[in-house]
Design a protein around this ligand. Structure first.
Ligand code: PLP
Length: 412
């Protein structure tokens, strides 16, 4: 591993910002290698939300009280932080959701219901999370549409020639992950989106695993929709984002009705707000939106480029170390992958691996990672997955390697 790259971030100092990382776990130092499931929150994010709850809390977009106006200002400032973070042209294109899952359901139910019909096809990649499969299957069943899948090779690289062949006039929408949560593959989105657009296909990007690791520019990507969750981004749960192209969002009907999204209501007729309001029925997660804004400030202060450099150095180190372990197979070896390391150990179930590592203070995820079709593709029931963030260091990887050796001894 390049010491130069690693020292470009003072990881030890960064760790001090995270209450959970500095608290012993099973009486041992905490080695949190599960950021792909949920990123840890730095104290400034937790404190920002607590400050809101203690001193600023009320509802937003309602009433003339100073308190309500100030809460609304903080809430809308967070939207602006998200806009700048993904370089969207306007805050009107940033819709708050509960997370990636809800954002994809919103697109499927609103845009999809309006635009799909019997016989149409929905194209998905072979490495999608269930969140980018199930909403489309529900829509396909309702509309009489069908799902087609872009295959991938044994490294976890999508077959772009197959994509060309699959992009027939029947395809109306392509759902694709930016970064795979199991394999770490970073898909060549610009190329894929350009191919889809050449055939008039709308592209929905699942950015849940990309935003914590890469600087995202939705305009440069030319994504039609781009979605992500706050909790993967050092922010809280319960908040997520749907970015959409202006003309698409404006043409879409609301998907939930209620307060906050209307211009006027009578017994005869309701008229709706414009974007993004018409998609935000009811009281939103206000503290969570403000917390996500604070998380973005925190990440920006470190710098996503520096974060990516450190994570890559750590991934290289971990990959080399794990490759030396006999009987261990890494699942997902695409060039330029992000800092997700899935593996299987010959003859040992990933749940056993995960449990033993847990007792050593090493937190990883074991299971199908909400991507059962990926497990089927690699002919395995599950993997153990270590995922790295900017607060991880060599000691975390060394603890992982020592833990795996211990697992092997127990099962030998
Ligand atoms: N998509 C990907 C690639 C993910 O990794 C996840 C979460 O693990 C999701 C979607 C779902 O995110 P959420 O549960 O926050 O809606």
């Amino acid at each position: 591993m390049s010491e130069l790259t690693l020292t470009s971030l003072d990881v030890a100092k960064i760790r001090e910002d995270f209450p959970l990382l500095t608290t012993p776990f099973h009486g041992k130092p905490m080695h949190y290698l599960d950021s792909a499931v949920s990123g840890q929150m730095p104290g400034v994010v937790i404190e920002r939300m607590a400050h809101y709850q203690r001193f600023e809390h009320t509802n937003v977009h309602r009433g003339v009280s100073t308190l309500s106006q100030e809460a609304t200002d903080r809430f809308e400032e967070a939207r602006e932080k998200v806009r700048a973070f993904i370089k969207a042209p306007s805050v009107k294109q940033i819709v708050w959701t509960r997370g990636t899952t809800e954002a994809i359901n919103l697109v499927a139910q609103s845009w999809g219901r309006t635009n799909l019909k019997d016989g149409d096809e929905i194209l998905l990649s072979a490495m999608e999370h269930h969140a980018n499969i199930v909403p489309w299957q529900m829509l396909a069943t309702e509309k009489g549409a069908s799902i087609r899948v872009i295959p991938m090779d044994d490294r976890g690289v999508l077959d772009l020639d197959a994509l060309d062949a699959l992009l027939t006039p029947r395809v109306k929408v392509l759902g694709i992950t930016h970064v795979s949560n199991v394999l770490g593959t970073v898909n060549p989105l610009k190329e894929i989106i350009a191919k889809a657009h050449a055939k008039g296909v709308v592209v929905v990007v699942d950015g849940a695993q990309a935003v914590p690791h890469l600087a995202v520019d939705v305009v440069d990507l030319d994504a039609d929709f781009y979605v992500f969750s706050g909790h993967k981004l050092s922010g809280p749960t319960g908040i997520g984002v749907l970015y959409g192209k202006k003309e698409l969002l404006e043409a879409m009907p609301p998907w939930q009705g209620g307060g906050n999204m209307i211009l006027s209501v009578s017994w005869e007729k309701t008229t709706y707000m414009g974007v993004p309001g018409k998609f935000e029925a009811g009281t939103p997660p206000i503290a969570e939106a403000i917390g996500l804004g604070a998380a973005i400030d925190y990440l920006n202060a470190i710098g996503l480029d520096r974060i990516a450099a450190v994570e890559h150095a750590l991934l290289d180190y971990a990959t080399a170390e794990l490759s030396n372990i006999e009987g261990l197979r890494i699942i997902g070896t695409a060039p330029g992958k992000a800092s997700v390391l899935s593996f299987v150990l010959e003859g040992i179930h990933p749940h056993d691996v995960g449990s033993i590592l847990d007792h050593e203070g090493v937190v990883v995820r074991a299971g199908h990672h909400c991507a059962q079709p990926v497990m089927t593709r690699f002919n395995i029931p599950a993997t153990t997955r270590a995922s790295f963030a900017y607060f991880n260091d060599k000691a975390d990887v060394d603890a992982l390697v020592a833990g795996i050796q211990q697992v092997k001894e127990i099962f030998s």
